[in-house]
Design a protein around this ligand. Sequence first.
Ligand code: C2E
Ligand code: CA
Ligand code: CA
Ligand code: CA
Length: 278
Amino acid sequence: AIPTGLVIGLLLAALVAWLTQRQTSLPSMIRHALHDHEFHMVYQPVVDLASGQWVGMEALMRWTRPGGNSIAPDIFIAAAERSGQIRAVTQWMLRQVARETGPLLRAYPGQLHLAVNLASDDLSDAGFVEHWQALLDEYQLPATQLIGEITERVFMDAGQTGAQIHALRNLGVGIAIDDFGTGYSSLSYLAQMEMDYLKIDKIFVTPIGTGAVTANVVPHIVSLAQSLNLKMVAEGVETPEQADWLRQHGVQLAQGWLFARPMPIQAFERQWRAQQQA
Ligand code: C2E
Ligand code: CA
Ligand code: CA
Ligand code: CA
């Protein structure tokens, strides 16, 4: 027979393992992070390629764990989507962004845009637009200066999504299709979607000027965007050659390390005001 001591020992070990795993699983860490203010926002400037002026910003989330380690948004956003926590994460993000950028947006109506990233679950929530409207009222945010960035996968989700996007646009909020070309949207789908901006993913921008075959895709994305009357934002622009090429091919806006990395709102505000006075 198996000794009782061994059985109890194994059960205890299993219990400890289960408890430890429970404490440190990503969903439980995210729940604590929301509660303990471990998230913060940074803002990456969006540049007008013709003038070099900043005309907008994209809000990007950051997570620094107690002890100083960071977890990348690609990781924790995907985890929050899987665990059903993304709505709570987005609600936190929208409020934080409204609080931090409200004063600057109000000071520069029509000159400065703010883009936020939205997930599939956000748009399948029937109360989302109402919540957004309440937030706009509370922080006196002009809807016309806001842009919701949505990946093509979300666009193609059935159900509430289309109605929510329609309602957001009725408020005056712009819609951008994010990470364009990395998903699997069909052209017929795209033509039916209500949107204002197309973001050209970094994987198409990086090979520009290198002779790689993937560089040949960008002109097609550009003409597609033009035929759909969408403004284009190129992502991940790191070299002057990429910026020149994009400008010459009719891309109006860009983001990338060539211009600026994501930064806290205070740094954005300082540089924005300096640019306004120049
Ligand atoms: P994204 O929306 O495609 O954001 C662009 C990513 O490219 C950001 O990564 C940005 O920091 C990075 N980037 C910008 N310029 C350059 C460049 O020149 N070179 C390189 N190598 N990278 C550049 P980040 O901040 O790590 O965010 C990753 C992704 O996480 C985002 O991709 C977005 O899908 C998601 N994400 C971030 N914040 C949020 C959020 O608040 N809500 C949601 N739902 N998703 C978010
Ligand atoms: Ca984005
Ligand atoms: Ca993107
Ligand atoms: Ca991305």
